[in-house]
Ligand binder design. Sequence first.
Ligand code: NOJ
Ligand code: NOJ
Length: 609
Amino acid sequence: MPPPPLHRAAAERFERELGARDEQIAHLTELLETALAAASHGAQSAQNDIAALSAGITELTADLGRARARIAELVVSVQTEDYEEQLAACRERAEALEEEVADAEEWNQQLERQLQELPLDFVQQPLTDALSTGKLSSAPSLDTWLKKEEAVAVDRLLANVAPGGRNAQDATPGTVIASPSREHPDYYFQWVRDAAITMSSLVDLYTDDPASPLAAHLLEILDAYTSLQHTLQRTTNPSGTFSDLSCLGEPKFHTDGSAFTGSWGRPQRDGPPLRAIALMQYLHAYNASHPTLWSSEEGVEWFKTLYEPSLPAQSIIKADLEYISHNWHESGFDLWEEVRGLHFFTAMVQLRALREGAELAAAFGDVGAASWYQSQAEDMELFLEEFWDPKGSYRRDVGERALWTRLDGHVFLPHSDETLVTLLALTHDQRDRFPINFAPRDGLFAQTLAAVTMPLQGVGIGRYPEDAYNGYDSSTPDAGNPWFLCTTSAAEVLYRTAAHIQESGRLHVRERGAPFWEALLSATDTWLPLSPKPPDRTYHLADQLFNTTLARLKEVGDSFLDVVRRHASDEGSLSEQFDRVTGYETGARDLTWSYGALLQALRAREALH
Ligand code: NOJ
Ligand code: NOJ
């Protein structure tokens, strides 16, 4: 059967659909063309961008290349310069090392020679250890600090002295308070000893420039001190009365001049000689600055208060000299106020006062007194010899061993062998006793040397080894601390020894003093020859040993003052003690004597040239 004929309507519909499709195709074709055109445009611009970028990269690469080249150039030049510098430094170091090696070799040879003579079982260290030996050098700022501290010390010392002292406003004129501390501990008293030592420092200041405004104020103080002592000498107190002079042994008074009646270590017989020494110094200084006084009417009056021949004694110095010359063999308490006995310090200052007193008496025509004081001084010298312990250190009193005392008499002078080996022994004791003194020493070689001789170096020094007084009480054994005034006295002894050697132009090394000189020199490359044995040799300016010794005395003296600097407060105040463990100031604050002792050490330092 034939297919059914296309229905016209259906055919028309198909045709319409075909037409619509054609239109659609045409539209899509158009869209496609537009899209193709856009794509090719995008590609073009991308290509452009790429080209631009790669041009940029090329440029940057070129820059980088140039920069690299520049860096390379710079590196080369830097390296070259650096290298040259390094080379120069290396050469210098090599030369220094060569010298050190030569020195060390020489040193080793000397050491070997000396070792053969030494009875000690001593192991020699290799050369490399010798190279590491450090030398003591004092801190560069010590001089600057000392300059400032000197002014602080004068100011704070005067603050404790009436009239005028800001801490002593309610004290009788002429009073020196020991410290402004009125409790824990109560030092608001006048000790005869502290006051006399302070007056010696003030006379020194007066002598420096008698025409200065300061000197005028000092004279006011010295005159007030003089009349106050005249009164104190006549004040009945627990030590006795003026009729037999026994009251002169009283150690301290209230600041209004009245007697202190509490229990105390009394009598203390160093007060009268220290006062006499200070007043004789004043008399000489004032006389020197007023040349016509001695032969004037007015002079007769002025000198009379201080010295005149009548007996019973009317004048201050004569009363003190009478007391000393009649009582020096009687026991008493010494400057540390604890032990009754015949003490070294007391005897030394008594001897000095008697010697100077004999001269003064002669100058006043008091001939009988002059020869009496002189004969007592001679007896004292024999007595003082008993203090020398043949094992090598002083005894503080007969029968008791102790190392320290302030040395200022006519025997056992600061530069004497006995003084110097005593100082050495005390320094070593204190170094090993107080934790603050355990600082590392100068290197291995020096430590090894210590087996033979201990290098001498500044440390904090206390009153005496077994001291228990911590500034407040004495209840705990071994609680003592280093003291500023003892540490500065160690420096003073060394400076004065240096001054003595400088002035005399000779250094005499004997067997007794040899341990000190060895310890002093053992941190240097100058050796004390051990032959002749026992050593007995004199050195002069042309000898290296003479010069090294002088330099070392100053250097070690400075190292003691450096300890003071380390433990002083930032403002430069000095108390009585500094703590054996923490190093901080402790005990009575602003101790007058601490400042006076520092000023005396500085004076001795300034005398060196
Ligand atoms: C007791 C101490 O031991 C002594 O040396 C010191 O002088 C006084 N106390 C001061 O208070
Ligand atoms: C204690 C000392 O040991 C003594 O010498 C001194 O006189 C007093 N303190 C007062 O400073």
